[in-house]
Design a protein around this ligand. Structure first.
Ligand SMILES: Cc1cc2nc3c(=O)[nH]c(=O)nc-3n(C[C@H](O)[C@H](O)[C@H](O)COP(=O)(O)OP(=O)(O)OC[C@H]3O[C@@H](n4cnc5c(N)ncnc54)[C@H](O)[C@@H]3O)c2cc1C
Length: 313
């Protein structure tokens, strides 16, 4: 029986692991289906985490030291996907990929969010074959070639900047003529000579053949004019979906209270509506979607887990 099962190994989950183990819990396992680190590992740099001020370091470099520190104090790690969690009596039953079951006294869910699809023709057909949502993963495939980005938020412009250092030209397609991105992010992208903005427009179609994506058609929403952009990779950054599937029971109902966006309702101590179940990071309501706040949530949830277990004894 685990003292605590932590599901998801981004900033929230890793921090929860650090605080639970340093707080004296002996038997804590972090279930992470990939390499721990979370979304920030896709970032080309991070400059808003207090105490970390090195623009030469990527998000991957940044999270590398987190892993070393968090696992140093006894946190165990299983590189497995969690399918579901349910509370039976006092304890939680966690079902892992492949059907293995694990029992835990408490759980902290930190599964974060995933990139949303935009829904244009050809997006699914060429996803992973020229249509990407990860510049860090796929940018190098387009070294010295032009790429197109869809989106106008922080992620889109940060990724545009990242790609501009690898690719010959970056065309940012955005449906409005104003950007949601923070002013410094927008300013930095606008100052980069090889980033070009195509506003009031959307991706009409991604096309190609068995070899993969060959180009995209961009539609101007004001004039209906179609521009054919051939020989380009396409990166889609149009928002995120919270990863809340683990919280669904066999009937597909959520086991705890959620809001209309599928985010978990928590209080300031990261308690959910289920005793012993905590949620931290981008999965919760009103998450600022920042590393520093996800880490803060993780520490709060961990301290609550320690108190909860002490109260149960
Ligand atoms: C490109 C980019 C740039 C960013 N830049 C910044 C920045 O400069 N500053 C900043 O503060 N924030 C930035 N962010 C946001 C920041 O990365 C997130 O807010 C933060 O990572 C959220 O942490 P989290 O732990 O809640 O979730 P995540 O980081 O999303 O981690 C969730 C983890 O859970 C795992 N997981 C999901 N489901 C399961 C399952 N069923 N079983 C097992 N594991 C599972 C996932 O694999 C993932 O590793 C950026 C994000 C992106 C994408």
């Amino acid at each position: 029986m685990l003292d605590c099962a932590i599901i998801g190994g981004g900033p929230a989950g890793l921090t929860a692991g650090l605080y639970t183990t340093r707080g004296g819990l002996q038997n804590v396992t972090l279930f992470e289906m990939g390499v721990p680190g979370g979304q920030i590992t896709k970032s080309s740099e991070i400059e808003n985490y207090p105490g970390f001020f090195d623009s030469s370091k990527t998000g991957l470099d940044f999270m590398d030291t987190w892993q070393k520190q968090c696992f140093h104090f006894g946190l165990k790690h299983e590189m497995k996907k969690v399918e579901s969690i349910e509370k039976t009596g006092e304890y939680f039953n966690i079902t892992l990929e492949g059907g293995e079951m694990v029992e835990a006294k408490t759980a902290i869910i930190c599964t974060g969010a995933v990139p949303r699809r935009a829904g244009f023709n050809g997006e699914d057909a060429f996803y992973g074959r020229g249509v990407s949502t990860c510049a860090t993963c796929d940018g190098f495939f387009y070294k010295d070639k032009p790429v197109t980005i869809l989106g106008g938020g922080d992620t889109a412009l940060e990724e545009a900047f990242f790609l501009s250092n690898i690719c010959s030209d970056v065309y940012v397609v955005h449906r409005r003529d104003e950007f949601r991105a923070a002013p410094p992010t927008l300013d930095r992208a606008m100052r980069k000579e090889n980033i070009h903005f195509i506003t009031d427009s959307l991706i009409d179609e991604a096309y190609g053949d068995a070899m993969g994506l060959q180009g995209v058609k961009i539609k101007n929403l004001k004039t209906d004019e179609i521009t054919d952009m051939s020989n380009t990779g396409l990166f889609v950054f149009v928002g995120q979906d919270v990863k809340n599937d683990v919280l669904k029971d066999k009937q597909g109902e959520f086991i705890c209270k959620m809001n209309e966006l599928g985010q978990v309702v928590v209080d300031l101590k990261m308690h959910t509506s289920v005793e012993g179940l905590f949620v931290a990071g981008d999965l919760r309501i009103d998450a600022p979607k920042q590393v520093v706040s996800a880490a803060g949530d993780g520490s709060i949830a961990a301290l609550q887990v320690i108190s909860y277990i002490q109260e149960q004894q």
